[in-house]
Write a protein that binds this ligand. Sequence first.
Ligand SMILES: [Cu+2]
Length: 492
Amino acid sequence: AREDYVEMIPGVPSKVYTYNGSVPGPLIRGNVGDTLIVHFTNNLPEPTTIHWHGLRLPADMDGSSVAQTPIQPGDSFTYKFELTEASLFWYHPHVRSNEQVEKGLAGALLVKERKQDLAKEIRKAKQKILVIDDVLLDEDGQVEAAFTGTMEEVLLKKINGRDGNTLLVNGSEMPTMYVKSGEPVRWRMVNIANNRFMRVVVPGHKLTRIGGDGGLLETPIEDLDDVFLVSGQRADIMFVPKGKPGSELIVYWKDTTRGRHSIDIMDNGMVMMGDDEMDGNYPDIPLMRLVFEKNYKPARELNLPEDLRTIEPIDITGAAETTLKFGHSMPMANGTVKFLINGKTFGEVTPADAPDAQVGETQVWNLVNMTGGDHPFHLHGFFFQVLETVYKDENGNVLEVVPAPPLENVDMVNLPARRGPPGAMSMVKIAITFDPAEGLTGADIAANGGVAVIEDADLGIGQRGRSGGWQFHCHILEHADGGMMSYVEVFQ
Ligand SMILES: [Cu+2]
């Protein structure tokens, strides 16, 4: 990683942080069973790590702040682990992530399916990786420092997360992509934005989602008007473009209701938090230009099989339950607000607060959102499955129970805003198996030039294979860095 100049807006060099000189970082491709070796040298002016988002890997290769002491400027570290699962993953720092990711440190990692595991229609489709981002650029095209502006603006950026003003696909604003009418495309999408949720619309086209965080779905989900990605999430979609040769189509971003707030600091120093009346109705933003190439085929339907893959539902019989409450303190006129899990910021979490698990154990986690805004939850290193979402009012009465979505292995789920005044809540129930990832080679952080954070002496656990500390947090990076982060201790 190093500082460099890239053009996100044509002709305007922006000083950014890069992996190998590009934003996003290089696309890493591999096959299931490959060992990925990344020789990393930190030439940034500050410490950093690389976290491998979504990958089931040894604890000491996870790159989080409970896995690894940050790599100092000038130092090197070798990440080495096996790729166990086919999907689109991504990588980014886990140190001051809200600044470092915003400045350009993120890239996609594609672990390919075996050809024989793919239906012909998927195999033959034209595949594109779309790394979708937004950055907040100042008048000179430079990435703005976090939390600039008036105290009200600072609090808004903390409470609502920091949206950018420039949407990027694979590092460029409004890139052009060529498609052929009648020829299926497969888009592998990852939302690497700090905060912005991406609802992507291809006008005049219905989309079919065939996969997500954890690879293929069991059954395609058809007839979608858009594809929706919270920050950090992935989607695997297909559709058959239809359009006249030479014609253009503007793929655009569409807003989502996500519980944005308004902030007023009164003359007496009181901070009033209200609802942002524009929430869900911010104007569409063009994202990408599709141009139809000359050879025209008549439009046709996708021809996908019903069964893409078998996913075993996690058996929760006898599973221990853990409840985690996501909240924040009242924002203060001096611009401070704390983001909390079970009443504590990450800096305040002690080993006694961290949930425990055994390698191989299955647990049910109740993820309770006590706030008026959405929080995309991410667990490092393990897939989970969503069981249900329950909304309760301020008196504890159940307002709605949303049953499990189609079965899928994920590493992210959006915790929707509560419906009602303080005291109301939403609760997303998930099942996690702290899987041993059999056959995964145990890594040795010291042998790779690194320093472990969690050692036997401190916590009674070491980072051996899957045992160790695994972070979970809100993937709105302003919230994560503001404290909405904790970790689970997994014992061998
Ligand atoms: Cu959040």
